[in-house]
Design a protein around this ligand. Structure first.
Ligand SMILES: *Cc1c(COP(=O)(O)O)cnc(C)c1O
Length: 484
């Protein structure tokens, strides 16, 4: 077992990585008001350079990521991220470009923003796209503000957003922050929007429906055109959560099936290492009538020159500093150019094929809540194991870690009991899928034969099963005292 001392426990006052000479000129205390200065130095551990390197290398080895293992975390699209993206994003001219540099010295970056907006518009069927929002949830918030501004300008008082019960938690959260009330819509027995319930929930207060398609059950809502028609007949708008765009790339365009506003998750569909809070990018695409309300700045083309415009009469204003997360945009841009139109279609084909292969292979070992063919992810349930052997989705997830896999998403979507939401993505080969399927089958067998093993899992990790709820509700952030 690796040495388990924390970096704080290794603290030895006076130990240094390297010494820097005393700064010449004014000292911080000459420039910063006394009331803003610390009274005591921060408790930063004092250690040597090899200790720092070994500390982080050890933590890195304990990490589980797409580069080390299969990572079928449903809804999160943990596809392999091609390293060429990193090379592009690390190019000096982009990396060290100051956001306040005069525009004629940043033509390349502005062109990239302009082009990427147009690529995304073409892929999704929208007339205008903003790259400003920094995450999917931020895109939702921005899209909702655009809807609000559009309705306000039309003199409409609508403050309710309809949300299917299979939706991602960020959907109702974004609505609330944007000042809307939410109204849930039921799913039918096939896992799609219940049209009767939708009809019953429509009234003149409804601003929009927030639909995820394919939805979080991994199912494409084939009624989407009808649903859009119902919304538009009611004078409401159709918002789509585009986090699952991976499944339909090159095959269907939300702008063509009635959607007015949609956010993308560049870090999911168009590959950027993500998780643990970022970095992300959540562009928003809109139909022409909503374009004047998009946030600033906007990049326009005048002759051969690219120009950033910072003011427009109807714009909702800024939602983020500067031009958004340009590093993520560069990766997405590189990814799209490298794959090309045909390659993007193959993303969808293989993502859907892989998910269906897993679903078909495991549907006799786990319960399948919805029988239909899935899109890019499949939702199974450990309900059968719970009933017969007292084994829950969480036990399955923890045991997978012992067997060398990152677990799938569990207990989401909320409408599926003991949910196991598996998204293999297109970047995995048949051998990897077969190894994962074998592990899942082994676990189903262990549930019957040695359930104790599953209750104890994981046993191969530095720490065993953690009380995640307690860790969130009662965080104990203890820092060792260290004096300089
Ligand atoms: C990931 C996801 C979101 C939120 O996106 P973030 O980039 O994590 O903020 C919203 N909806 C769905 C369906 C998602 O999968």
């Amino acid at each position: 077992m690796e040495q388990a001392k924390t970096i704080f426990e290794k603290n030895k006052p006076g130990r240094r990585c390297f010494d820097v000479p005393e700064a010449r000129g004014p000292k911080p205390e000459d420039m910063i008001p006394a009331k803003l200065l610390r009274s005591a130095p921060p408790a930063i551990p004092q250690v040597s350079e090899p200790e720092v390197v070994r500390h982080y290398s050890r933590l890195g080895r304990r990490n589980l990521g797409v580069d080390s293992t299969f990572y079928p975390l449903g809804s999160c699209t943990m596809k392999y991220n091609p390293k060429v993206n990193e090379a592009a994003a690390a190019m000096d001219g982009f990396l060290n470009l100051h956001p306040y540099i005069p525009q004629d010295c940043a033509q390349g970056a502005l062109e990239l923003i302009y082009d990427l907006e147009h690529f995304l518009a073409e892929i999704s069927g929208f007339e205008a796209v903003t790259l400003e929002p920094a995450a999917g949830a931020h895109g939702e918030f921005t899209g909702l503000l655009v809807i609000k501004a559009f309705l306000d300008a039309a003199g409409e008082e609508r403050d309710v957003v309809l949300i299917p019960d299979s939706a991602h938690g960020t959907n109702p959260a974004s609505c609330t922050i944007a000042g809307f009330d939410t109204r849930p819509v039921k799913s039918d027995s096939k896992g799609l929007v219940d049209l009767e319930d939708l009809k019953a929930k429509l009234d003149p207060k409804v601003a929009a429906l927030m639909l995820t398609n394919p939805n979080t059950l991994g199912l494409f809502d084939t009624n989407v055109c009808r649903i859009a028609g119902m919304m538009h007949d009611n004078g409401s708008l159709m918002y789509m959560d585009g986090a699952n765009l991976n499944a339909i790339l090159g095959y269907a365009r939300p702008g063509d099936f009635g959607v007015d506003v949609m956010h993308f998750n560049l870090h999911k569909t168009f590959s950027t290492p993500h998780g643990g809070g970022g970095p992300g990018s959540g562009p928003v695409g809109v139909k022409a009538k909503l374009a004047p309300f998009l946030p600033m700045p906007r990049v326009v083309k005048e002759g051969k020159a690219f120009k950033a415009v910072f003011k427009a009469e109807k714009s909702i204003g800024r939602v983020r500093s500067w031009f958004g997360n340009t590093g993520v945009m560069l990766k997405a841009y590189t990814y799209i150019l490298r794959l090309g139109a045909r390659g993007l279609k193959r993303v969808a084909e293989n993502a859907v094929l892989n998910a269906n292969y897993i679903m078909e292979s495991l549907k006799n070992d786990y319960s399948l809540p919805y029988e239909s063919r899935c899109m890019h992810e499949c939702v199974l349930s450990a309900k059968n194991l719970l009933k017969k052997h007292d084994i829950r989705a969480m036990d399955v997830a923890k045991r997978l870690i012992d067997l060398g896999f990152h677990p799938p998403t569990v207990y989401f979507p909320l409408i599926v009991e003991e949910a196991l939401m598996i998204e293999p993505t297109e970047t995995e080969n048949l051998e990897t899928l077969d190894e994962f399927i074998a592990a899942m089958k082994q676990i189903a067998k262990e549930a019957e034969e040695t359930p104790g093993l599953l209750h104890d899992a994981p046993v191969t990790t530095p720490v065993g099963r953690l009380d995640e709820v307690k860790a969130v509700k009662e965080p104990r952030l203890v820092f060792a005292k260290s004096s300089p």
